[in-house]
Ligand binder design. Sequence first.
Ligand SMILES: *Cc1c(COP(=O)(O)O)cnc(C)c1O
Length: 345
Amino acid sequence: MSTGHLSIDLTALAANWRALDAKTSVETGAVVKADGYGLGAAIVAATFASVGARRFFVAAAEEGVAVRAALGPEFEINVFSGHMAGDTALLRDYQLTPMLNSLDQVTRHLESLPGHAFGIQLDTGMNRLGMEWDEWAAVAEVVLAQHPTLVMSHLACADDPDHPMNPYQLDTFRKMTDGISTPRSLAATGGLLLGKDYHFDLCRPGIGLYGGQPYADARPVAQLDLPVIQVRALDAGEVVGYGNAWQAEKPSRIATVAAGYADGLIRAMSDRATLWADDHPCPLVGRVSMDLITVDVTGLDHDPEVLTILGSKQSVDQLADRAGTIGYEILTSLGGRYARRTTTG
Ligand SMILES: *Cc1c(COP(=O)(O)O)cnc(C)c1O
């Protein structure tokens, strides 16, 4: 069976990094966690490095290994989950910089890797990662004397510019960090777009680089073309797929397409998503199966060889809306079976 083709436009990736960088007067890093938002950490990291990114962020130390291999020794690779038990050898061997999240992590790091670079993550109200006010107050002086590379926090509601949580977290971050000489970072893509109060010394966008909301002007990066295995004619009243979930109301032509939920086309797309034959929309009908979807191509004057589900006609966010999710989930769900290639558009 021929698999889908996932094309990653390196020119668009580079343009998105440059465009976000141009919106601030401070340093711009690049978040390449979850295998570069599903597009391939090594290739996306190398692309961002080629246009000027110097600091990279991953979720787990294990993810830093591929990024280090792609970038070489010069660049800083930061790990959001900090220094967890069992991370010490990876952090040391691949020169990864943990963003320490708790007193336990600070102790572990300073004891097991004295002199090794680290940053600090503070919680300003999201209650997910980072030290809280009391914890930070107790150790700030000792920690800052060890010269962390970065003090950072993360915004919970930055995709909604009017959300009162944004100024609240900004104010809290200032109160926790004003007066220190360590570089500070608060903004991911959403925070970067909120304006310069949120920029501090470094912004660390992820999704906007990959063509996703809330960066409305992002250039699309991923195109996903899916091969049609066969096309069949149905009489009115015939049904399609598991559970007989779709029934033809009139004579129809149904294309069976080589991708399914095992490839990241989540089941919530059943009967909701649209695929494209060039400029013509074709509705996905019936349930998404593991390796296959079925698409109504009655409206076409030919049997298509390929249908496109991500591309110029449908962004990751438009597809996400149909499936009741977000562009982040569409991208990071893209499966390992696609034939991947890079393009420079
Ligand atoms: C994922 C993440 C980012 C990047 O966020 P985007 O919304 O993709 O720009 C930045 N900082 C932290 C702590 C993250 O977890």
